[in-house]
Write a protein that binds this ligand. Structure first.
Ligand code: MF3
Ligand code: CO
Length: 291
């Protein structure tokens, strides 16, 4: 990786420190794991301390926007109203909503109600009713740095079945967070998430997963929540990615709306729920930087 870098040269991470005092031991450790057959993230996926600070500024806006949604969401509003809040709150704080015009996405936020798995498009016609469960997925660009997180909201009183689904998916994310440990394969995290969903009688969507984030909206690695223990890329300090399982009450089959090209729904029409956080792998575990 850094074969030509001298031990006294400045480290590749941009810290300004000598390589031997900074990432040399890290690179040696990566090389040993690579020899053992593990997939190890490229340097380009390892965030520098300066980048982490910038990305955290973006996260601060993302969290504040979701807090705003949490305070104002209620029965009777349309999902377009949520889009207006997200757009105005993001811009007010100096950010840009990352979904807007992203690969042609027409709005500033994804709102996914009940059987919508993800990528729901806010609409004037879609009114939130008591008993609905909705995922609001917010992503922000601030000074060129990206943040991404989503939460579930229960509209008024919802059925015990739906309430349980929402609660269990949150637990799935918390369990995933607890399994983010440096120098262990990412599959361990995904496996633990999957197990908790299965134990509660649910399924986890296989085709759509999480992703690296920070310098771009969607970076490597792709992150599965149905992975086998021991599989996948090694989680190393400085790697940043989302934990965002989509958990279905019924079957894991999904389809994309052919009319709008975005909205993903469950095949059986049963509800789906998702929470999303962004984590940074640290020397000792992980830091949740966006929620
Ligand atoms: N925020 C979503 C994610 O977690 C991505 C939405 S892309 C959009 O990856 F264009 F649909 F907004
Ligand atoms: Co995401």
């Amino acid at each position: 990786m850094s074969g030509k870098l001298g031990r006294n040269d400045p480290c590749w991470c941009g810290s300004g420190r000598k390589y031997k005092k900074c990432h040399e031991a890290f690179d040696e450790k990566c090389a040993r794991f690579r020899q053992e057959g593990f997939a190890v993230p490229a340097h380009s996926l390892i965030k520098t301390a300066a980048q982490v600070e910038k990305i955290k500024e973006s996260c601060r806006i993302n969290v504040a926007v979701l807090d705003y949604v949490a305070e104002h969401i209620r029965p009777g509003i349309s999902t377009l109203e949520i889009d207006r809040w997200v757009h105005s709150e993001t811009v007010r704080q100096g950010g840009i909503p990352a979904p807007l015009n992203y690969e042609g996405f027409p709005k500033s936020v994804c709102t996914s109600v009940n059987e919508v798995v993800c990528h729901g498009i806010p609409s004037e016609e879609e009114i939130l009713r008591e008993g609905d469960i909705v995922n609001v997925d917010v992503s922000t660009i601030y000074n060129g740095y990206y943040s991404d997180s989503s939460r579930m909201f229960c509209i008024g009183r919802v059925s015990p079945e739906r309430e349980k689904l929402v609660k269990v998916v949150k637990e799935c994310v918390e369990i995933g967070i607890s399994r983010v440990k440096p120098w262990t394969p990412m599959g361990n995290m995904g496996h633990a998430v999957h197990q908790h969903a299965l134990e509660n009688g649910y399924t986890v969507v296989r085709e759509i997963g999480g992703h690296g984030v920070g310098l771009e909206f969607h970076e490597d690695p792709w992150v599965s929540y149905t992975s086998a223990e021991g599989s996948g890329i090694l989680m190393v300090p400085g790697l940043m990615f989302t934990i965002e399982p989509m958990v279905n009450m019924g079957s894991d089959e999904i389809y994309t709306d052919s009319e709008d090209g975005w909205t993903v729904r469950t095949e059986d029409g049963l509800p789906s729920a998702q929470w999303e956080v962004t984590v940074l792998v640290t020397d000792t575990g992980c830091e949740v930087i966006c929620w």
